[in-house]
Design a protein around this ligand. Structure first.
Ligand code: NAP
Length: 338
């Protein structure tokens, strides 16, 4: 039997399920990379130079790399955040970018709440006390935590994930909710009694400040030394957004000097977190290795959405969650006209 000629070439970076890889292989020649690093970067670039589509989780693309990928039409990132990708350059080159919103919202909110619980109740520190053989008597005030229920929860960036965190706080733990966002959220105000504040007021009033903004030029170091100085000394900072939303040295200094009580961090300025980071040695800091969406179910749903986006864009039925939708509309209407 003659081998079927496949019209597209796809580069896949990151583990996909067999069914997902099969779906892609059915329509395209797939160059698969478990990961891309210095050892296989040349092979990756050779594959990218012929590719129509690129799918993956940690795709770091530069303008120079795009210039060597003349056939590239679609980039499907397996993440909701796309701060690692050059959106403006992609749009300028008519390359569609798709992300994976919604399917990771609840899981990332769960992660935020795990960090809230762990920082308030000193869970990691006290677990380590037990493991290290340090539990000799009844626990006294020096090991007491701080309540979660009833405390004021400040959501910086009340979008999909921020709203899901707010719901957990208000409905599950009776927490008054304050929030910031670029635009008001009347549904959240009605549903949860949430109140919009400017950032300064939120920082001054919240017992727990939770970051869920996208990372971009506006949110770079949004939480700097000045912002930290506005927080209550009893307050905790939880970050499930991106590391560089926080000025990390300023945070370390604030934690060291007791200007804030604790931090729960899923994301860092540099990832993986360098082994000698002071953050991983502080008892009042809970660190997680960027696990916001890292459950079997959610990672699978994210990969599936990215596959559906890529296939939908290439075959013309349409992507489900495009970022630069104007590129899609332009490309699609041009394709219809020809
Ligand atoms: P989203 O729905 O777009 O929510 C972002 C929210 O931030 C929106 O409410 C937006 O306001 C608000 N915002 C934007 N700029 C702001 C600013 N300068 N000040 C205050 N608020 C601002 O996005 P999402 O799906 O919730 O995801 C949010 C981010 O979480 C992603 O971009 C990603 O970086 C991060 N994330 C991390 C993990 C992890 O593994 N830790 C997992 C998933 C996502 P408007 O609604 O008014 O536009």
């Amino acid at each position: 039997m003659a081998e079927q000629i496949k019209p597209w070439r796809i580069v896949a970076v990151r583990r996909l399920s067999e069914a997902q890889l099969e779906a892609l292989s059915g329509m395209a020649e797939v160059d698969y990379f478990e990961d891309v690093d210095a050892s296989n970067h040349a092979d990756f670039m050779a594959a990218l130079s012929k590719a129509h589509g690129l799918i993956g989780g940690k795709l770091k693309l530069s303008e120079a790399m795009l210039a060597k990928a003349p056939a590239l039409q679609v980039v499907a990132t397996i993440s909701v955040g796309y701060d690692h990708l050059p959106l403006e350059a992609l749009s300028r080159r008519g390359i569609l970018l798709c992300n994976t919103p919604d399917v990771l919202t609840e899981t990332t909110a769960d992660t935020a709440f795990a960090l809230i619980m762990a920082t308030q109740r000193r869970l990691v520190e006290l677990s380590n006390l037990v493991r290290d053989g340090g539990w000799h008597a009844h626990i006294g005030p020096e090991h007491f935590g701080v309540d979660v229920h009833g405390k004021t929860l400040g959501i910086v960036g009340a979008g999909r994930i921020g709203a899901a965190i707010a719901r957990r706080g208000a409905l599950g733990f009776g927490m008054p909710i304050l929030y910031t966002a670029a635009s008001p959220k009347p549904a959240l105000e009605q549903e949860l009694g949430a109140q919009r504040r400017d950032l300064e007021a939120l920082l001054a009033q919240a017992d727990i400040v939770c970051l869920s903004v996208p990372y971009n030029a506006d949110t770079h170091h949004l939480i700097d030394a000045d912002a930290l100085s506005l927080m209550k000394p009893t307050a905790a900072l939880v970050n499930v957004a991106r590391g560089k939303v926080v000025d990390e040295p300023a945070l370390i200094e604030a934690l060291r000097r007791g200007r804030i009580r604790a931090a729960g961090l899923d994301v860092f300025a540099e990832e993986p977190l360098p082994a000698d980071s002071p953050l991983s040695a502080m008892d009042n800091v809970v660190v997680a290795p960027h696990i916001g969406s890292a459950t079997h179910e959610t990672r699978d749903a994210m990969a599936q959405l990215a596959v559906d986006n890529l296939v939908g864009a290439l075959v013309g039925s349409g992507p489900l969650t495009p970022v630069n939708e104007d590129v899609w509309r332009r490309t699609f209407s041009e394709a219809q006209e020809t």
